[in-house]
Design a binder for this molecule. Structure first.
Ligand SMILES: NC(=O)c1ccc[n+]([C@@H]2O[C@H](COP(=O)([O-])OP(=O)(O)OC[C@H]3O[C@@H](n4cnc5c(N)ncnc54)[C@H](OP(=O)(O)O)[C@@H]3O)[C@@H](O)[C@H]2O)c1
Length: 235
């Protein structure tokens, strides 16, 4: 990982913005809010093919509009989406639930590419391992399928989310593709996920923290933080 000329990061040779615009829970405001984010200058978007929490098609509509209007080019965008197991989905599935996991991954990716109107994404993330404890054979099958999509050029980079230290160790020890990203909810009271972040550092994995504000109200509402914000606003 290195700082790129655009002020973002370079991860395995690809430019990655320092901040991604998160698109969960925006429902029918997704398109307008992503459009606004792009107009404001965001070039990295995080979404998921999980209709329960994200409206990926709305993200794609905003992206297409921005490209068609000349606001940005596809090459300037960093589009990240996710594969979500059946347990994390509602009835609006992007794959056949009776198909093998590898097929579900391929179908989910195909559907994401259609939603986003692109022939590749920049990062494809496993939304979370199948168990909260270990890296299981199902995860290995899914990761293998995601790795094949990477080799086929449908994603530039791979990532994994909601992963614990034990699972990340197991994934890194395997002989398959290594993740470029870990995306975890980052709690101050749990030491800001220090052990996972340390392993990421050792393995040259870029850590994406999410819910930094909403997961940490005690920090956000701390009087010292308020003073800092007031000071920076006052000049
Ligand atoms: N991998 C996963 O399992 C997973 C799960 C959930 C989410 N995500 C991703 O992460 C994104 C959310 O993470 P995030 O890092 O953006 O969350 P965050 O740091 O908690 O911020 C989310 C939003 O909360 C609002 N907010 C909360 N407290 C605030 C405060 N004190 N002052 C100002 N604004 C405050 C702001 O939105 P408003 O101004 O609009 O209120 C802010 O943009 C999702 O959209 C999704 O892309 C991933």
């Amino acid at each position: 990982m290195a700082q790129s000329s655009s002020g973002g990061l370079t991860v395995n040779g690809f430019s990655v913005p320092l901040i991604l615009y998160g698109t969960a829970w925006k429902e029918d405001r997704t398109e307008a809010l992503v459009e606004l984010a792009l107009k404001t200058g965001y070039r990295g978007i995080d979404t998921a093919n999980q209709r329960r929490h994200y409206f990926e098609e709305g993200v794609g509509q905003a992206v297409q509009k921005a490209i068609a209007s000349g606001l940005c080019r596809r090459e300037e965008l960093f589009l990240q989406t996710k594969f979500t197991y059946l347990g994390g989905q509602d009835h609006r599935l992007p794959y056949d639930p009776r198909a093998s996991l590898a097929t579900q991954v391929r179908q989910s990716m195909q559907s994401s590419l259609e939603h986003l109107g692109t022939d590749h994404v920049d990062s494809y993330v496993l939304h979370g391992p199948s168990s909260g404890v270990d890296w299981c054979p199902d995860d290995a099958e899914v990761w293998q399928a995601m790795s094949e999509l990477k080799r086929a050029g449908q994603t530039r980079l791979l990532g994994v989310s909601n992963i614990n230290l034990r699972q990340l160790h197991a994934l890194c020890k395997g002989d398959g593709e290594k993740p470029s990203f870990v995306q975890n909810r980052c709690y101050a009271r749990l030491g800001w996920d220090r052990s996972v972040r340390n392993l990421c550092k050792d393995r040259n994995i870029t850590y994406q923290g999410f819910s930094l504000l909403t997961a940490n109200p005690e920090v956000v509402n701390h009087s010292g933080i308020e003073i800092g914000v007031l000071e920076s606003h006052s000049g």
